[in-house]
Unconditional design. Structure first.
Length: 351
C-alpha cells in the first residue's frame, strides 16, 4: 500500500505553501525508501511553482536537492542498504534505452527524463519532490553521499553542484585553464569552489565587489565588478571558459569578447526571455556559445566523490518548513548566501 508522508504543498501558481500529506508509492523490488533530512531550495523551484517557465502541475511539492538516509529497500536492491547516506537530484527515472541514457547522460534522455517534481512517471503518476519527509526512488537514480560531506551542505550539490561540475568537467577546466564564473549566487559560488579545486585559474565576474571576500575564500584568484566600465576592456580575450550562472539577460557580446581564441561561453542560468548577440562575436575568435544542464547519474556520483575528496559543500542557511515562503522571496531578492536548505525535522514541530 502507498505510504502517506508530510509535505509542503503549493496548490496553485503563486499560492503560499500548505502543510499537507502526499502518497508515496509502495516500494517495488528495485526501490529505495529515503527519509529526507534536508532539501535545498533552487531558484528553479520558484520558476516552476510560479509558472515562469510555462504551465505547471498542481498540487506541487517542489524540491530536487534531496539528502537523507535509507529507511527500507526492495528485495532486488543491490546498491544500497538501510542506514546509507544518500541523495536524489533533478530526475528519478529515464528510458534507460536511448543512446544518451546508454552513454550515462540520462539528463538528456531522448524520451524525456522523469523530473523529481512537477512531472509524471512513465505510468502517468505525478512526481512530488523533496519538500517532504520521505521519497521512494528506483536505486538506479539514487546517489551515495560520501562520508566527509554533511547531509545539510550536500543537499544543494544534487543540483547546484552538478550544474557547475558538469560543464567544468566537460570543457576540461583544470591547470593551465583560465575560467570565469559569471555571478556569485547559489550556482556561482559552487562554480568557484569546484573550478578552483580542479586547478583552474578562477575569476569571478559579479555586478559589484560586495562578495569579493567570499569569492577569494572559496578559491577565486581574481574578482571583478561588471558594473565598472573598464572591466570588459581590461579582460578582453582572457578566458578559455566563461560559465554564466545568471538567470537574467546579459549583454552577451560583451561577455563573448572576454573569450580567447577557441574559447567557450557556457550558459547554465536560464533567463525568461531569449538572449541576443551578434554572430561576429563568435566568428572573430572562433568562439563558441553553449549550454549545459545538470549531469547524469555517473557524473553526479563523480561530483559527490570529488567534493568529499576536496572538502567542498554548499554555503547554506538552514530554515524550517514554515519559513519557505519568506525564503523564496529572499531568493528572488538575491538575499541569501548562498543556498537555503530546509530541515525536514521541523515538520514535527507545531505550525
Amino acid at each position: 500500500m502507498p505510504q502517506t508522508v508530510d509535505a509542503l504543498v503549493t496548490p496553485g501558481p503563486k499560492e503560499p505553501f500548505e502543510r499537507r500529506t502526499v502518497e508515496r508509492r509502495d516500494p517495488g523490488a528495485n526501490d529505495v525508501v529515503i527519509d529526507i533530512a534536508f532539501a535545498g531550495i533552487c531558484h528553479s523551484d520558484i520558476h516552476q511553482a510560479r509558472e515562469e517557465w510555462g504551465e505547471a502541475l498542481f498540487p506541487m511539492v517542489p524540491g530536487h536537492e534531496i539528502a537523507g538516509t535509507v529507511s527500507a529497500v526492495g528485495d532486488g536492491v543491490s546498491k544500497f542498504k538501510v542506514g546509507d547516506r544518500v541523495g536524489v537530484g533533478c530526475f528519478v527515472d529515464s528510458c534507460r534505452e536511448c543512446e544518451n541514457c546508454q552513454a550515462g547522460d540520462e539528463q538528456y534522455c531522448l524520451k524525456g527524463e522523469v523530473p523529481t517534481y512537477n512531472g509524471k512517471e512513465y505510468d502517468g503518476e505525478p512526481t512530488f519532490g523533496g519538500y517532504s519527509k520521505a521519497i521512494v526512488v528506483d536505486e538506479n537514480y539514487v546517489l551515495n553521499i560520501p562520508e566527509g560531506v554533511e547531509l545539510d551542505v550536500a543537499a544543494p550539490l544534487l543540483c547546484a553542484g552538478i550544474t557547475l561540475y558538469s560543464p567544468l568537467n566537460h570543457w576540461e577546466a583544470g591547470p593551465g585553464k583560465k575560467v570565469a564564473i559569471v555571478g556569485m549566487g547559489g550556482l556561482g559560488h559552487m562554480g568557484v569552489k569546484i573550478a578552483s579545486a580542479m586547478g583552474a585559474e578562477v575569476t569571478v565576474l559579479s555586478q559589484s565587489l560586495s562578495k569579493q571576500e567570499d569569492g577569494k575564500r572559496f578559491g577565486a584568484d581574481h574578482y571583478y565588478a561588471t558594473s565598472e566600465k573598464e572591466t570588459f576592456k581590461e579582460l578582453r580575450n582572457s578566458f578559455d571558459l566563461v560559465v554564466n550562472t545568471v538567470a537574467a539577460n546579459l549583454p552577451v557580446d560583451k561577455y563573448l569578447s572576454l573569450l580567447k581564441l577557441n574559447g567557450t561561453m557556457v550558459n547554465v542560468g536560464i533567463p525568461d526571455s531569449p538572449d541576443n548577440f551578434h554572430a561576429f562575436s563568435l566568428a572573430a575568435m572562433r568562439r563558441s556559445m553553449a549550454g549545459s544542464k545538470i549531469g547524469g547519474i555517473r557524473e553526479t556520483q563523480e561530483m559527490l566523490d570529488f567534493c568529499a575528496e576536496h572538502g567542498i559543500g554548499a554555503e547554506i542557511e538552514t530554515i524550517g518548513v514554515d519559513d519557505v515562503d519568506g525564503a523564496w522571496d529572499r531568493v528572488v531578492d538575491s538575499d541569501v548566501r548562498y543556498r537555503f536548505v530546509i530541515d525536514t525535522a521541523t515538520f514535527d514541530s507545531a505550525s
